[in-house]
Structure formats: structure tokens, C-alpha cells
Design a protein around this ligand. Structure first.
Ligand code: ZN
Length: 444
């Protein structure tokens, strides 16, 4: 391991051990631990500030002034919180930060403390270089935000509401890309240009309370709710082909028949399923469909009473050009005659954000990636989850998701590691990403 990689590994394993687990509760996360780790790491090289959005919900912002105030600024945006790791399938302690045979194990290893660590190391180097008079043309901003895994209320949204000038940049790189898309000899890595919109809502299913000992003729909200969930699960939304899916299929360099099948709404799903590749099928489905997923249910008061109310949580995701109103229309179509039995309560709605597929930042990064690993292709596409990129795009930045990954995991293994068990990253990926950000800063 080189000295530079050793520095990244030490920072990454410290952040994994800090275990800034975000459950969505304001008291969780406590990113102050990792924020202070990063402030101590960066502070002697570059101007570094912290912002507390709530007790313990600390973010870090470091800004390096460029030599040319008219040059576009570059943002390196990452997050410091992680999702819980309660899954019994973990074969290692998710918060021990173990390094074994070239692999770093732990929650956050790819989402996204790896990138946080590699960006911080590149930023620190750039700070020292600036002291020696070597400065990039544009400003470089490093933002390590709290609360990305929640609603960003205590992270990016707070930063953009209260410290917009300090955290904004013209062009931003963050998470969501760099996924290995092929297992062949020529690496293809995802380049995220868009995110699906998210529409989270609750369906309140009504019935009539009564004694459970006399169920005949009862109007049991739980029984109705079961039918609501069944109808949602079986509902088929018509596919559509957004431009971001077309760009992805075109850039993947697929066999012509396969590409044609994936670009026709009538055949996209059957074509993807017929490949036998579950990662491709799941990705193709999510990139061409408005999805409606029931994710939780609460109801009932005591065991001997028929409930009059059951609440069902629903996570819906929409494509570019679709609206949250379409989610309500699809739900009504799915529920049919049960629509009148249900009240829709909106929890959160954000329509899709996109950045141009063609951009100078993409060209620069593609050039660096090819120099690091000859033949690397960047495949533009949409990610189906949401990240802080969304808020920065709304604020006016061009935002892309990327990092460099070696072939340490197959596309399917990679997909399963996100928010799943045995999250891990290899040293080669850390080395490549550090080199990527270092070179990107110097070309900015
Ligand atoms: Zn993330």
C-alpha cells in the first residue's frame, strides 16, 4: 500500500468506526464525530469551517480560492452519515473498519465514506499545493454534509438555505456514479446525470371499529388495507423511455437486438428479464417505470378490537417529465373501487432533476479516467434513488455522480452492497478515486 493509499484507508476506517448512523431521527447521525475528524485532517491545509444544523448534526465546508475569479468553480460534495447495519447477513463487524487482503469492510465503504475519504485527501493535497503557489484556476469547494440518508434537513438543505454562497459551485461531483456496469476487460462506469423524483405518501385506510368477537359483517380497515397492498403490488404501470435511458443503452455498447428491445416500451421489461441478469432487469425496470412500492403499515389498537384505521406507507419514484400528480392517478387506477376508502396524505414530493448529458466536466473526467485505466467508458444515466445532487441541481449547479471503481465487485454484488450487508471496497478503487480527484482539481 502506498503512503497516499494508507492515508485514505486510515481516514476511511476512522469514519466507519465513528458509525454516524442516521435513522431519520434528529438525534441520530451525530456526524459531529466525522466532521471533527475531517476538520482536523483538512484544517492545516485549507480554510475549513463547520456548520451545525442541529445538536451533533455537523457538516464541514472547505474552500480553496482559485487563481481566476471568472473560472467555473468545482464542488466535491459528499456525506458523512450512513444507514443502519442491523442485517444479520453481515459476515464482518460493520463498524470495526477491518482491512483484510486489500479490502476495507464496513458500513459506508461504498456509500459513500470511500468517496468522502478520497475527496478529502485530494482536497488536502490541493491546499498544500496552493501554499506552494500551485493553484487551480477555479475555486474548489469540499462539502461533507450530514443527513444525506435522512431528508437532508440537517445537512445539504440547511447548508443551501443558510450558507448558499459558501457551499455552492458551478459544477459538482458527488455520489451516485462510478458503478461498474460490466465485468468485461474494458471498464464501463456509470456517470449519473439525473435522479428519479421521489413521492412519499401515506394511504389512510378507513373502516369501522367493532368487537373482534363478532366479525360478521364488520368493516375491518386491516382487511381492506391488505387488499390495497395487494392491488398496489399487482398494478402494472405503463413503461416509458426517457432520454436518460436512451443515453444509457446507447453508451453501453450492447448488441443491436438487445438495445432495440430495451428501447421499445412494449418490450423493455421482457428483454431485460430475458438476459438473466437481475441487476440489469431491476435497473431497466426502474429507469422506464413510475414505481409504487408499499413499504410499511401500522394499524390496530388492541388484539380484541376491529381497527377503524390502518396507515400504509408508500414510496413512489417518478421519471423525468412525470409529475407527482401522476402518482395519485396511478394509485387511483390500482385501487379501483377502493379509492373512496383511502385518504392520500403526502409526506414528501420532489420531481426529477437532470443535468446535461454532454458537459465540459464530463469530458475532463472521462479523459482522466481513460488515462488512469485505459479504455474506461463513462456511461451516462439516471439513478433511481435520490442523493444530495438533487438539492444542488435545484439551486442551479450542474451536478454529476461519479467515482472510480475497480472490478472488485460484479454489478450485481455492487448493487446488493448499497444499504445491504458486507459493504466493502478495495484499495485499488480508493487509489483510483484519489488520483481522479487530485487530477480533476489540478485541471480545474
Ligand atoms: Zn450515499
Amino acid at each position: 500500500m502506498s503512503a497516499a493509499t494508507g492515508e485514505v484507508v486510515e481516514l476511511l476506517t476512522t469514519m466507519i468506526r465513528n458509525g454516524c448512523v442516521n435513522t431519520g431521527d434528529v438525534a441520530s447521525g451525530q456526524e459531529v464525530r466525522t466532521a471533527d475528524t475531517l476538520r482536523a485532517f483538512l484544517g492545516d491545509a485549507v480554510d475549513t469551517a463547520v456548520v451545525d444544523a442541529a445538536p451533533g448534526r455537523r457538516s464541514v465546508v472547505a474552500r480553496l480560492r482559485g487563481s481566476d475569479p471568472t473560472a467555473p468553480s468545482l464542488g466535491l460534495v459528499c456525506h458523512t452519515d450512513v444507514v443502519p447495519a442491523t442485517d444479520a447477513d453481515w459476515t464482518r463487524d460493520p463498524f470495526a473498519g477491518e482491512v483484510d487482503q486489500g479490502i476495507v469492510w464496513g458500513r459506508g465503504a461504498i456509500d459513500m465514506l470511500d468517496t468522502t475519504a478520497t475527496m478529502a485527501v485530494a482536497m488536502r493535497r490541493a491546499g498544500f499545493a496552493a501554499r506552494r503557489g500551485i493553484r487551480p484556476r477555479g475555486d474548489i469547494v469540499f462539502v461533507a454534509a450530514a443527513d444525506e440518508e435522512g431528508h437532508a434537513d440537517h445537512g445539504t438543505r440547511y447548508l443551501l438555505d443558510h450558507h448558499r454562497d459558501e457551499v455552492m459551485a458551478d459544477r459538482i461531483v458527488t455520489e451516485g456514479g462510478g458503478w461498474p456496469l460490466t465485468t468485461g476487460p474494458v471498464p464501463a462506469l456509470s456517470w449519473a446525470v439525473a435522479e428519479k423524483g421521489s413521492a412519499w405518501l401515506r394511504l389512510d385506510v378507513h373502516g369501522r371499529a367493532g368487537h373482534a368477537a363478532m366479525p360478521h359483517g364488520a368493516d375491518n380497515a386491516l382487511v381492506t388495507a391488505a387488499e390495497v397492498v395487494r392491488r398496489l403490488a399487482e398494478h402494472r404501470v405503463a413503461p416509458s423511455i426517457p432520454a436518460e435511458w436512451e443515453a444509457w443503452v446507447a453508451a453501453m455498447g450492447l448488441d443491436a437486438d438487445l438495445a432495440a428491445g430495451l428501447l421499445d416500451p412494449a418490450t423493455v421489461l421482457a428483454t431485460a428479464e430475458a438476459t438473466g441478469d437481475p441487476a440489469l432487469a431491476a435497473h431497466a425496470h426502474a429507469c422506464t417505470h413510475l414505481t409504487i412500492t408499499p413499504t410499511g403499515a401500522r394499524g390496530g389498537v388492541v388484539i380484541n378490537a376491529i381497527p377503524d384505521l390502518v396507515e400504509i406507507d408508500v414510496d413512489a419514484r417518478i421519471l423525468p417529465g412525470q409529475t407527482c400528480a401522476q402518482v395519485e392517478a396511478e394509485i387511483a387506477r390500482a385501487l379501483g373501487p377502493l379509492t373512496d376508502r383511502v385518504d392520500v396524505v403526502w409526506r414528501h414530493r420532489l420531481e426529477t432533476t437532470t443535468s446535461p448529458v454532454a458537459s465540459p466536466l464530463r469530458d475532463t473526467i472521462a479523459g482522466i479516467a481513460d488515462a488512469l485505466v485505459p479504455g474506461t467508458r463513462l456511461v451516462p444515466g439516471m439513478i433511481t434513488a435520490s442523493t444530495d445532487a438533487d438539492y444542488f441541481r435545484r439551486a442551479g449547479a450542474e451536478v454529476y455522480g461519479f467515482s472510480m471503481h475497480s472490478g472488485h465487485a460484479t454489478p450485481e454484488q455492487f448493487r446488493r452492497m448499497f444499504h445491504g450487508p458486507d459493504e466493502r471496497v478495495d484499495l485499488r478503487s480508493l487509489e483510483l478515486s484519489t488520483a481522479m480527484w487530485t487530477e480533476l482539481i489540478s485541471q480545474s
